[in-house]
Write a protein that binds this ligand. Structure first.
Ligand code: AHR
Length: 326
């Protein structure tokens, strides 16, 4: 009896030791990651950007990628300094979301000299040296602007509008989404003689600037504004209270068109204060990790990767829009 008990205790001790050694392995940081990725994020200017950072962190964990993440706080010079640190650290792959399109050639030439592939995430750069980056993973901003313009034409038709005065609050001047959303929107409405863009003003993708610009536009044009086309949800959410303070009902007295599709804007769309939100998904993390792993393995990658996107508007039953997670 005593021997059986002794044997039972020993077996239990062995099982516990085995269990502890297994859980220790999974808790420990990966000493040999699949890849060391340096990523320079623009900043935290919007719910979109915060969702994008979070998605990239989650995807890195899922793919066993060790991520060096740097937040540039809206400054190009911080992004350039971060890329230089990644080069010095000899990361396997560098990725970054360029705040503006110009001014990257020198630092990217340094990355090329060091033999480190570079992935553009979300936004593009302007350069004559096409071989400085491996690919771009990001939304089709031109299509987003175009879909916003197409919605406006349908809405103007449904309201029998004879003239449509539009004010545009743009994203950061010289950034890819600003340029391409504007170009797509203008092209979509170009053939419709009722459409007139009265003023375009830079809101830098910030809520505070959306509010400030809307105040300025209301002081200047008041009730002559038929449409506010805002390049992101953050600026739209800043503009709406200003429209209400000036005595107008957004979504009724003025048509409000936004881009991104974060939860807060979708909730306001459901309330009827926004008429249309074109989706821009921040969920680029998995595509980024898969592409970076291919580059490390020396495989070829697609030069341009666009995620699928949709339009949410008062043309549909908005109560059926599934919860957004950004
Ligand atoms: O580059 C994508 C844009 O940047 C998003 O529309 C905006 O919200 C973000 O700040």
């Amino acid at each position: 009896m005593k021997i059986r008990r002794f044997f039972f205790i020993i077996m239990n001790i062995i099982a516990m030791v085995l269990l502890m050694s297994c859980s220790k392995d999974t808790d420990q940081p990966d000493k040999d990651p699949a890849l060391l990725l340096g990523f320079s994020q623009i900043g935290s200017e919007s719910a979109w950007r915060i969702g994008n950072t979070h998605d990239i962190e989650q995807a890195a964990e899922k793919h066993g990628v060790s991520l060096m993440l740097e937040n540039a706080n809206q400054k190009q010079e911080n992004q350039i300094a971060a890329i230089r640190r990644f080069i010095a650290y000899k990361v396997d792959v560098i990725a970054f979301s360029p705040i503006v399109e110009d001014g990257w050639d020198n630092v990217l030439k340094e990355a090329k000299m060091a033999g480190i592939p570079v992935i553009l995430v979300d936004r593009a750069i302007s350069t004559e040296n096409d071989d400085l980056t491996s690919c771009l993973i990001g939304a089709d901003f031109y299509k987003e602007g175009y879909m916003a313009g197409e919605y406006l034409i349908r809405k103007a038709n449904s309201l029998n509008m004879e003239q449509v005065n539009i004010v545009e609050i743009t994203g950061t001047t010289n950034s890819t989404p600003m340029r391409q959303r504007q170009a797509g929107f203008m092209d979509a409405i170009a053939g419709d003689p009722r459409m007139k863009v009265t003023e375009s003003i830079d809101g830098d993708f910030l809520k505070s600037r959306g509010a400030e610009n809307m105040r300025h536009l209301l002081e200047k044009y008041g009730g002559d504004i038929d449409v506010v086309f805002s390049h992101n949800d953050e600026m739209t959410l800043g503009a709406l209270p200003e429209i209400e303070k000036a005595g107008f009902m957004p979504g009724k007295d003025m048509i409000i068109i936004s881009i991104d599709g974060g939860q807060e804007a979708i909730d306001v769309l459901k309330e009827g204060k926004i008429n249309c939100v074109v989706e821009c998904t921040p969920k680029l993390g998995n595509l980024l990790m898969e592409t970076a792993l291919k580059l490390k393995a020396g495989e070829s990658v697609q030069s341009l990767i666009h995620p699928e996107e949709q339009v949410f508007s008062d043309e549909q039953d908005t109560s059926k829009i599934a919860p957004r997670d950004y």
